[in-house]
Design a protein around this ligand. Structure first.
Ligand SMILES: [Zn+2]
Length: 674
């Protein structure tokens, strides 16, 4: 599971994070000095929060008083709007980021109340009737301005500006409450430092390197936490089924039962919110602004996915059951596969069938070399260079690079890489566009990649996560949009994952992977066609179970945000019980499902929806992935345009035809189109 970007955004995804001067002159400005992320202390966050918001409110007042005649000129109106949005982003971007990555708990704690204050500010801003009227009246002349105007008007309307006063006040209260709930939900998971205790017997099967690093108590027991590099290898390798069951149970109860209560409240508030607008469901409220357009379109798509995966999921589980019976020399009749067995037996089957241990891959992909490699291939593809530079960092393991135009040698943006786990840090993998580009004022962006990789080298999954998140990073730092609000992945939510999902393919390709060895400090074994063949076979294996899992999450999300939302845990138990692996009694997964509070409510389907577009776009590369020519076109038509056009317009333009789902359904069926 890879939540990508939503976590750092407002609950209200359409609220515009930063807009900029609709400037007139094509720019040949000198590059600005390198902007860096300010390392705010807890006091600076608390104090800065109040002063920044006071300043923003003053700006709003001034903007509301703009004479109607001036405001009809987008260059004037958008200029003022720009200054406002930039001022907000300059504080909020770093603050949100530090709330997820700061090693100082006081800093993380200081961020939480401020996030709620910003949410209040945003709903006040987007409920300003005066501003709404100005934006309605502005005369736009070109497509970029027209799209911006539409997006801004939607943001106003979806915050309730056109509602009667009483409903508008209620809407404001709901948005604030939802932000508070989101903050609490994340905190309950992030700050859960509980460790599971396992005896030396219970950790049999785990690689010696894993055990050497694990924390121990004075009795020699292992103390394991919830970071992926601790949890996932255990589920894949520990021979003791009861130990895996116990660990998985704890993992699926992080943040619960408190988070179940929070989720239930959030769902009720969202349903009420939709009602204020005369809509029947929160899914309606959200999806009408997305590529999919309506819950009906999403449900139709999910039904097609169901048809495509149901049989293969069952077949894969049956296969695992036979495999387990064979290996354990026990009768098939009494052999079962439980949820905590899937990863373990899949891992064993893969090793037997594909003659490849995923842990063995780490020696091919040492962490340093994998980072140098992703920078190298991205640079070749998109005509940029990455140069390490010394800037203030929030933790010694973080790295910063300037992104330089390879032709002009001009610095165009920056990236921060915060790749390894530590206590209290955001626990998934995500890219945060902490600062957005605006060509109109020569503002250069930076994006932060946060992950929790294994320091000893990456396996195939981590390589895919690296390329996936880097796909988001490139979207952020190679955008050349006029307005910050349209920069990077400020696109429809169900298109946002397409560039990142497409880039995953670069982690499974001979041409790209053979380049990695040149970055190894001490020689790594060479990646050859046989190895990539095995990795591909391994990746293709298990797709029934994988897509069925995604389908379950997306269907659950649609169900709890439907016109008749039910209790989330009851819904989950009902839906998971209907799957071949069933429901594990006592687990409370919805309480750990951060996407639901982090911007992916009624939006989880977007991962698969985006994948349809990702695989369709991938087909344009014709299997040749080191491809500056198609890469250049992709940069030009998709990455650099951010949200200046709709996803559909951009994909159509890039492909030169209507997009379709053939490549996606072929992928699910394991029959990739040539
Ligand atoms: Zn993503």
């Amino acid at each position: 599971m890879k939540p990508a970007l939503a976590t750092l955004m407002n609950v209200f995804a359409l609220a515009i994070p930063g807009l900029i001067w609709a400037c007139l002159t094509p720019l040949a400005q000198a590059a600005e000095e390198r902007p860096v992320l300010p390392l705010l202390s807890a006091e600076q966050i608390t104090g800065g929060c109040a002063t920044t918001i006071a300043d923003l409110r003053r700006r709003v007042k001034a903007l509301e008083q703009m004479p109607a005649a001036s405001a009809r000129d987008p260059n004037l109106l958008f200029a003022e709007w720009d200054a406002l949005q930039i001022a907000q982003e300059d504080f909020q971007g770093p603050m949100d980021l530090l709330g997820n990555v700061s090693p100082d708990k006081q800093v993380r704690d200081a961020v939480e109340p401020c996030k709620v204050e910003f949410s209040k500010f945003s709903s006040d801003l987007f409920q300003s009737e005066k501003l709404y009227r100005l934006f309605k009246a502005v005369k736009v002349n070109d497509p970029v301005d027209r799209k911006l105007k539409r997006d801004v008007l939607w943001a106003f309307e979806d915050t309730g500006v056109s509602l009667p006063a009483k409903k508008r006040a209620r809407m404001k209260a709901i948005l604030t409450r939802l932000e508070e709930l989101s903050v609490e939900f994340s905190r309950n998971i992030r700050d859960n430092n509980q460790r599971q205790v396992f005896t030396p017997d219970e950790v049999k099967g785990l690689p010696p390197e894993y055990l050497a690093k694990a924390r121990r108590d004075d009795k020699g027991n292992y103390l394991l936490g919830f970071a992926y590099p601790e949890y996932l290898p255990f589920m894949d390798n520990a021979d003791d089924a009861a130990a895996r069951q116990r660990y998985q149970f704890a993992f699926n109860n992080r943040g619960t039962p408190k988070n179940l209560v929070i989720l239930k409240k959030a769902i009720a508030l969202r349903q009420e919110m939709a009602g204020l607008f005369g809509l029947t469901s929160y899914a309606d409220f959200i999806i009408r602004r997305r590529m999919a357009g309506s819950p009906a379109a999403v449900n139709k798509f999910l039904a097609e996915v169901r048809v495509a995966v149901t049989a293969s999921e069952k077949a894969e589980i049956e296969e695992l059951r036979s495999f387990r019976a064979d290996v354990s020399k026990q009768p098939l009749a009494g052999t079962v596969i439980n949820r905590w067995d899937v990863g373990y037996w899949q891992n064993k089957l893969k090793k037997a069938r594909f003659d490849l241990n995923p842990d063995e891959l780490r020696k091919y992909f040492p962490a340093d070399a994998a980072i140098a490699w992703i920078l190298h291939i991205s640079g070749m593809q998109y005509g940029v260079e990455f140069q390490r530079a010394d800037v203030p960092l929030w933790h010694p393991e973080v790295q910063y690079y300037d992104v330089i135009d390879a032709k002009t040698k001009q610095r165009i943006s920056g990236i921060y890489l915060d790749l390894f786990p530590r206590d209290g840090k955001f626990s998934h993998a995500a890219a945060a566009g902490a600062r957005n580009v605006s060509t109109a004022i020569g503002r250069t962006p930076f994006t932060v990649l946060m992950a929790n990789f294994n320091r000893d080298g990456f396996d195939d999954d981590e390589m895919r996560t690296l390329t996936h998140e880097f796909g988001h990073v490139l979207h952020g730092v190679l955008s050349k949009t006029r307005y910050a609000a349209q920069a990077g992945y400020n696109v429809e939510w169900d298109f946002a994952e397409a560039p990142s999902q497409m880039y995953e393919e670069w982690a499974l390709n001979l041409d790209t992977l053979t380049l990695l060895a040149r970055f190894c400090k001490s020689p790594c074994p060479a990646v050859d066609a046989a190895l990539v063949g095995k990795m591909t076979a391994m990746h293709n294996y298990g797709r029934g179970i994988r897509y069925a899992g995604q389908l379950l999450l997306a269907s659950f999300d649609m169900a709890i945000h439907s016109a008749k939302p039910q209790d989330p845990i009851a819904t989950w138990i009902r839906m998971q019980s209907a799957t071949p692996l069933g429901y594990v009694k006592g687990t409370q997964f919805p309480g750990t499902f951060e996407h639901m509070l982090g911007g992916y409510g009624a939006a989880y389907y977007g991962y698969m929806w985006s994948e349809v577009l990702a695989l369709d776009m991938l087909s344009a590369f014709g299997g040749k992935l080191i491809n500056p020519e198609i890469g250049g076109r992709y940069l030009d038509k998709i990455l650099s345009r951010g949200g200046e056009r709709t996803g559909m317009e951009m994909v159509r333009d890039f492909l030169g035809r209507e997009p379709n789902s053939q490549a996606f359904f072929a992928e699910i069926a394991g029959k990739r189109l040539k």
